[in-house]
Design a binder for this molecule. Structure first.
Ligand code: SME
Length: 164
């Protein structure tokens, strides 16, 4: 996948007036379509109550609409303030199963320094589906979205409830 190209496409949408919600939906669409090994792609947003809430996603519906910080791969990424690349979810003790088909998972934080706004979560039916290059390309999109979150907070204050 080409993260720079996706950022350019998001930039075009932004220039045409897309709001944050539209940008998040489009980012999920573009990421999901960019790699046939991505079987579930979504964004979890971090709210001030330390709960991740599922935003836009593509793939099978999940029971994990709310995830508390520390729980699962998604919640531990927030607790540890770092990205997660789990090559084999069956070997990960702190894993919340969304689908029996999922074999590997990638979580990339959408952050500005110590402030985490959200995360991009991708599941694959393949073992070890996420190489370093893929993580780096997804990171470019996460960094672009972090700028969008920051601008949204600057223009809306904390009304949206996001950002810690
Ligand atoms: N597997 C995640 C839960 C989210 S689903 O993958 C969509 C976790 O362990 O946090």
């Amino acid at each position: 996948m080409n993260g720079t190209l996706i950022c350019d496409q998001l930039g075009d949408l932004y220039d045409k007036g897309a709001d944050l919600e539209k940008l998040l939906v489009s980012a999920v669409d573009l990421i999901h379509e960019a790699n046939p090994r991505f079987h579930w792609t979504g964004i979890y947003e971090l709210f001030p109550d330390n709960v991740l809430r599922l935003g836009p996603f593509i793939g099978a519906p999940t029971d994990h609409v709310f995830i508390t910080v520390g729980n699962g791969v998604c919640g531990s990424a927030i607790a540890e303030k770092r990205n997660k690349n789990i090559p084999d979810v069956s070997k990960e003790p702190n894993y919340l199963a969304c689908s029996a088909f999922t074999k590997s998972e990638l979580v990339i934080l959408i952050r500005k320094g110590g402030t985490i706004f959200a995360q991009i979560d991708i599941d694959s039916h393949d073992i070890d589906a996420f190489d370093v290059e893929t993580s780096e390309e997804v990171q470019k999109i996460a960094d672009w979205l972090a700028d969008a979150y920051q601008q949204n907070l600057q223009s809306n204050g904390m009304k949206s409830g996001r950002g810690k």
